[in-house]
Design a protein around this ligand. Structure first.
Ligand code: BES
Ligand code: ZN
Length: 459
């Protein structure tokens, strides 16, 4: 198979096309961008079609459409289902971007734009790898694309989608590039992702904002109380204090933890890159463990009272916060959300009332390392990086991965080419040109080895 000649000849065009997609602000969280989200779906559809897929369509859901396309060369051959997402996180705060988030540029050999890595850049590698296989007559098996537009808001309509199109989506494996690898000279394959419970809380004191001189000290201040309630949900060892929170948490064996500890990691580089002088986290666990195989509780946003210019002496009536919990096997998102709600209500003093709402969630996943797909991906990475891939757990979430297994009965292979330092969800998100091209180069080998190893397994 000749991947590099075609790739090298078309490198510039591939980046130009990605730029075109990055200019579309497909922010799924904000209704103001709804038209751009749909325009992005149209764009992906056009490119998948051009690359040679058939039955390409935007399949409606209750939310944004799923882009579907397929190339079935022989039903007897294995089938790979490619999953990715064309929606992106909000770009706020805009003022912290060095160049505008939806005007992609190349700086220091990286593409800077919202979605450059997560996930437009990574998803597009699959479209271009498919184009290469089609144009060089080397697609060895069947392929189906399923590219969604609601991943960043929890993929809440995808379970219905998977149930409705269960037959259409049948495949031997789902392949996803929406995660990271350790470093450009240290390839890795993701074997676990955390789940998520996302809550919003509101604490109310008096029936209106009050003069903080007249009433301050005598009436509850919801901001003070909310801050205290949030702080109390972790103890001095940074253990989460919600009763029952750890009941289902899978504890890794010493051997498994020793395996995790082998992953290259430099604490000094880590701190330097984040400009922090110290780290913090749950006592008894390493930084890698804290960020991947241990559950968390974090306040993502908090508001209330006066935040305008100057000073206003006010005792606010309300305070609110958004709180996320990252979950690990075998925690259940619904169960943890319920435990949180009950606990939060139970610790509220009688001087306030509280409301607790649950946003989207997702279940944690662990993917197999003894599968044909894992072996094929490992072999493909070794071929193009010249190094063996290290299996890694990662801390982010992709809610649909658990559903692929539970609803379609298909395991996923998580082959990400991004880096943790690519500033996903942050200002100045970027994706290395090296990573974009290396992904495009590696993916066709995955197909080749996956088809060969599947054939060998049948004999
Ligand atoms: N690509 C990320 C998930 C990810 C990030 C996996 C880093 C591994 C390493 C994905 O697009 C994402 O951000 N998902 C959300 C899901 C949530 C909104 C339900 C997340 O993890 O916050
Ligand atoms: Zn993503």
């Amino acid at each position: 198979m000749e991947v590099l000649p075609y790739l090298n000849k078309n490198k510039q065009r591939f980046v130009d096309e990605l730029f075109e997609m990055l200019r579309l602000p497909s922010v799924s969280a904000d209704p103001k961008f709804a038209n751009d989200v749909v325009a992005t779906a149209e764009y992906v559809k056009k490119r998948i079609e051009e690359a040679g897929a058939e039955n390409v369509a935007l399949i409606p859901t209750e939310g944004f459409p799923v882009v579907y396309g397929e190339k079935i060369i022989d039903p007897k051959l294995p089938t790979v289902l490619v999953y990715g997402h064309y929606d992106v996180q909000p770009a706020d705060p805009y003022e912290l971007w060095e160049t505008p988030p939806f005007e992609p540029v190349i700086k220091n050999d990286s593409i800077y734009a919202r979605g450059s890595c997560d996930d437009k850049g990574q998803m597009y590698m699959h479209v271009k790898a498919f184009e290469i296989m089609m144009r060089t007559n080397s697609l060895p098996c069947n392929i189906k694309f399923m590219i969604e537009g609601e991943e960043e808001v929890g993929s809440s309509h995808l379970n219905d989608f998977l149930k409705k199109y269960k037959d259409k989506l049948q495949a031997d494996v789902v392949v996803v590039s929406d995660s990271s690898m350790i470093a450009n000279d240290c390839p890795s394959l993701t074997i676990g992702l955390r789940g998520l419970s996302y809550m919003e809380v509101e604490v109310t004191g008096a029936n209106r904002d009050l003069h903080s001189g007249t009433y301050g000290g005598a009436v509850a201040n919801p901001i003070n109380i909310l801050a205290k309630m949030i702080a109390s949900m972790k103890d001095d060892n940074n253990r989460i204090t919600i009763p029952g929170f750890y009941d289902e948490v899978e504890n890794y064996t010493e051997e498994e933890r020793a395996e995790i500890a082998k992953r290259p990691f430099n604490l000094e580089t880590y701190k330097k890159e984040l400009a922090i002088s110290d780290i913090e986290g749950e006592a008894g666990y390493s930084t890698i463990e804290r960020a991947t195989i241990r559950p968390t509780l974090d306040c993502n946003g908090i508001w209330g009272g006066y935040t305008g210019a100057g000073a206003k002496t006010v005792l606010p009536s309300k305070a609110s916060a958004k709180i996320s919990m990252r979950l690990v096997p075998n925690q259940s998102s619904e169960k943890i959300s319920n435990l949180f709600a009950a606990h939060f209500k139970s610790i509220a003093p009688a001087s306030v009332t509280v409301k607790v709402n649950s946003h989207h969630g997702g279940e944690p996943v662990v993917t197999p390392t003894d599968s044909i797909a894992y072996h094929a991906a490992s072999k493909a990475m070794e071929k193009t990086f010249g190094k063996k891939a290290i299996p890694t757990f990662e801390g982010g979430s992709i809610p649909v991965i658990a559903s692929f297994k539970n609803i379609l009965g298909i395991q996923s292979l998580l082959m990400g080419f991004g880096l943790d330092t690519d500033a996903l969800h942050s200002p100045n998100e970027h994706y290395g040109l090296f990573n974009f091209y290396k992904g495009i180069e590696t993916i066709p080998y995955f197909y080749q080895y996956f088809t060969e190893l599947s054939r060998d397994a049948q004999i």
